[in-house]
Design a protein around this ligand. Structure first.
Ligand code: PGA
Length: 247
């Protein structure tokens, strides 16, 4: 049985005071036994949010990390630092990191490897641009991102990786992928994992969909066979997030 996961990606929103207030609102609403709920919060909020999540069903997550152990990397945060605050999950390779901060597949692979060996669960994002979709290059692009991002990740290790399909044209735009489009790519991701590992292993990996998921479209998206939950941006900052978790 694959884990059902709903991960909130707060992105660069919520100062410490706002983060605490949002947690106070959301925590009583997202109680669940059969799903994993993760709050991926800005680094500055991790400590305070972490204190509030202690003893609850909600897991603490970060939105990025660097792959080196420590040293002269101004502005970066290490896996060890995340672990020391109780972080369990970390988003790696979000399209905003790839596009705005120029992270490439080689860097993403190093981050994935470092997260795994440190004991963090990476949520690795893949997804195509609108141009790639229009040119019918979606599946090739996804395969390429998976093969490069997961290079030398072993069969044992991939079981501790969560994948997220996030079409770039659907992120923050209100244009969510149809459940058919999302399922097609998530099923393809599982096929690529089957080729890279084997069917049994591929069947154990949770694959999330992200991109304008809201309380109205979540149920339909999550009803699909290969979609095991969602990575939620905008809607994770509102009480409606609880309805997405229920869906
Ligand atoms: P969105 O963002 O839900 O606001 O589209 C999703 C994401 O970028 O993870």
């Amino acid at each position: 049985m694959r884990k059902k996961i709903v991960a909130a990606n707060w992105k660069m929103n919520m100062n410490v005071k706002e983060a605490k207030s949002l947690c106070k609102t959301l925590l009583p609403l997202v109680k669940t036994n059969d799903k994993t709920v993760v709050f991926c919060v800005p680094s500055i909020d991790i400590t305070e949010v972490g204190k509030m999540l202690k003893g609850t069903n909600v897991k603490l997550g970060a939105q990025n990390m660097f792959y080196e152990e420590k040293g002269a990397y101004t502005g970066e945060i290490s896996a060890d630092m995340l672990l020391s605050t109780g972080v369990e999950y970390v988003i790696i390779g979000h399209s905003e990191r790839r596009q705005i901060f120029k992270e490439n597949d080689v860097m993403i692979n190093k981050k994935i490897k470092k997260a795994i060996t440190s004991g963090l669960i990476p949520i690795m994002c893949v997804g195509e641009t609108l141009t790639q979709r229009e040119k019918n290059e979606t599946l090739d692009h996804i395969k390429n991102q998976l093969e490069k991002g997961l290079k030398s990740v072993s069969k044992e290790e991939i079981k501790n990786v969560v994948l997220a399909y996030e079409p770039i044209w659907a992120i923050g735009t209100g244009h969510t992928a149809t459940s058919k489009q999302a399922e097609e790519v998530c099923a393809y991701i599982r096929k690529v994992l089957t080729e890279m590992y084997d069917k049994k292993t591929a069947d154990e990996v949770s694959i999330l969909y992200g991109g304008s998921v809201n309380e109205k479209n979540a149920k339909e998206l999550f009803s699909k066979k290969n979609i095991d939950g969602g990575l939620i941006g905008g809607a994770s900052l509102k009480p409606e997030f609880a309805e997405i978790v229920s869906a």
